[in-house]
Design a protein around this ligand. Structure first.
Ligand SMILES: C[S@@+](CC[C@H](N)C(=O)[O-])C[C@H]1O[C@@H](n2cnc3c(N)ncnc32)[C@H](O)[C@@H]1O
Length: 186
């Protein structure tokens, strides 16, 4: 199985509650969404359909193969509203719209200098934007190699330092924390 197939199989597994994740995030027609670390594009495909042709789904990804795959996902998608953006580690390109939601799933632990990164992300956001962080809460050696996680308390600490406030802690996932932040003073 390729990495792309494996990511998508895991993302789609009902045990990991994709329907519930999408439902509680309450995407609206016309929303603009940025995903950091799109992997196989499972969420890109699902969410781009919900935000519809008035919305755009931007996907930051460092891996060329995943970017090429996301281009194919876009071509096969209903509204062709997915924009793959190849980035270098921790770079934040300018986007032509302000984001209503930033989605990260199992990619937060890959980012370096996270406080600086999320602080630098602010010019891309609408005032009321949601920042969604889903990541492994502890080592799950059967699922991931050692160290592929960031504890919930550490995420909250880092995001607070970057200028965000925790709005919702969805305790619905068996292996991951699922946190939604907004910018402080919003
Ligand atoms: C474990 S995969 C998760 C993929 C997808 N979000 C999912 O839930 O299936 C982590 C992804 O983050 C990407 N990634 C790693 N470092 C990154 C960075 N600095 N910026 C953007 N993406 C990154 C990897 O290439 C990979 O696609």
């Amino acid at each position: 199985m390729s990495k792309i197939e494996m990511f998508n199989k895991m993302a789609a597994n009902p045990e990991n509650k994709p329907k519930e994740i999408i439902s509680v995030l309450d995407f609206k027609n016309g929303d603009n969404v940025l995903e950091i670390g799109v992997g196989g594009g499972y969420y890109a495909n699902m969410i781009a359909q919900i935000i519809g042709p008035a919305g755009t789904y931007y996907g930051f990804e460092i891996n060329e193969e995943f970017i090429d795959n996301l281009k194919q996902v876009n071509l096969a998608s209903k509204y062709k509203n997915i924009k793959p953006i190849k980035i270098t580690e921790n770079s934040i390109p300018k986007l032509d719209k302000k984001m209503d939601l930033v989605f990260t799933r199992n990619s937060y632990h890959h980012l370096e200098n996270r406080v600086e990164y999320f602080s630098n992300l602010k010019p891309l956001l609408n005032n009321d934007a949601k920042i969604v962080i889903i990541d492994f809460n502890k080592n799950h050696l059967t699922i991931k190699p050692d160290g592929h996680f960031v504890k919930k308390e550490v995420i909250v600490e880092e995001m607070t330092e970057a200028g965000y406030v925790l709005k919702t802690d969805y305790e619905i996932l068996p292996f991951q924390s699922f946190l939604v932040f907004k910018q402080t003073n919003n």
